[in-house]
Design a protein. Structure first.
Length: 329
């Protein structure tokens, strides 16, 4: 299933909600500005890097904002925070500027600089233009995003990441859980409404899943759920939200994809699931799936419950008309 084509993406689509992923952190190409000022400001107050201290890496944890609890390791000498596609850490939240602030590393010293943002940058409840950062400092971007800066070793960082994963992801499938999906659904609907961007929802479940459990046992059913989820996680885009919202029921929330593109995507996923090879004992477990697709612009009001209900209604139409099919508008 990893070979299933990805859904089409719009070149004009706005940046994803939050790109707090270590693999996507890159030093941004920004003009140098306040290094000398930082050196003078920070050197007197910082105690980082003294002899005998353990070497730790810098991390940001979102403690208020669109992805509560997410943990990011910072890399490079300059890390730009903002909504721009070229930002090292994208934070797509109302009130955060396109290029809001940047964190600069000077040897073992870290400092933050506001990049003339509209709503300002704060450190520990005090608005700043530039300031040194110490372990545990709280960074505020605009009115609603709060980050905690920490120096962590690998064990501490792993524990923080495990806490986040356990709060937002289903332990069996590694898809997002229903609670996180509901939160993201409202955020994505708000984003789409503000920017006039397409938003589609694909809901699907495994056909005759009870029969799978009855035939192969619950261990076999779990193997099916893990295989389908692994295929989906390898297929979707970074900005898509994939979640398990029921026993064998999954959803994909696709930003910047209209309903026709979402139907085409769902059909390719349906075919991919049908072709999955799920080995079990001396054979394989065959599975198929049924899909319902809906888009935000089909609704009279942009509401998450209504969008989910419309897609769910079409899922039941797919199941009622023979299963292993996609039903859209």
């Amino acid at each position: 299933m990893p070979d299933t084509p990805r859904p089409p993406s719009s070149d004009d689509a706005p940046p994803p909600t939050v790109r707090f992923s270590p693999d996507q952190l890159r030093p941004a190409e920004v003009p140098p500005s306040s290094r000398d000022k930082f050196r003078a400001t920070v050197a007197a107050s910082s105690t980082f890097g003294q002899a005998g201290e353990a070497v730790k890496a810098p991390y940001l944890t979102m403690i208020a904002g669109p992805q509560l609890g997410v943990v990011v390791k910072l890399s490079g000498d300059e890390i730009v925070l903002g909504r721009a596609p070229e930002s090292s850490c994208r934070v797509d939240s109302e009130g955060v500027s396109w290029r809001h602030a940047r964190i600069i590393r000077l040897g073992s010293i870290y400092a933050i600089e506001d990049l003339k943002s509209t709503n300002g940058t704060g450190v520990n409840d005090k608005r700043v233009t530039s300031a040194p950062l110490s372990d545990g400092d709280r960074i505020q971007l605009g009115p609603s995003v709060l980050l905690r800066f920490n120096l962590l070793d690998d064990l501490e960082a792993g524990m923080q990441q495990q806490l986040y994963e356990s709060a937002v992801k289903d332990p069996l499938t590694k898809a997002y859980n229903r609670k996180h999906f509901q939160e993201r659904l409202e955020q994505e609907i708000g984003f789409a409404a503000r920017h006039g961007a397409p938003l589609s929802l694909v809901i699907f479940d495994i056909d005759f899943f009870k029969k799978v459990n009855d035939t192969y046992g619950h261990a076999g059913g779990d193997a099916v759920l893990r295989a389908v989820s692994a295929g989906m996680l390898a297929t979707i885009r970074a900005e898509d939200v994939f979640a398990r919202i029921g026993g064998e029921e999954f959803v994909v929330l696709a930003r910047a994809i209209d309903v026709h593109g979402a139907v085409a995507f769902a059909e390719r996923v349906r075919a991919g699931i049908e072709q999955l090879v799920i080995p079990w004992e001396n054979g394989r477990i065959p599975v198929t799936s049924s899909f319902g697709v809906a888009a935000l612009d089909e609704l009279s009001k942009p509401e998450g419950d209504a969008l989910l209900a419309l897609a769910d209604k079409r899922l039941y139409a797919a199941k009622g008309s023979g299963r292993n099919r996609v039903v859209g508008p």
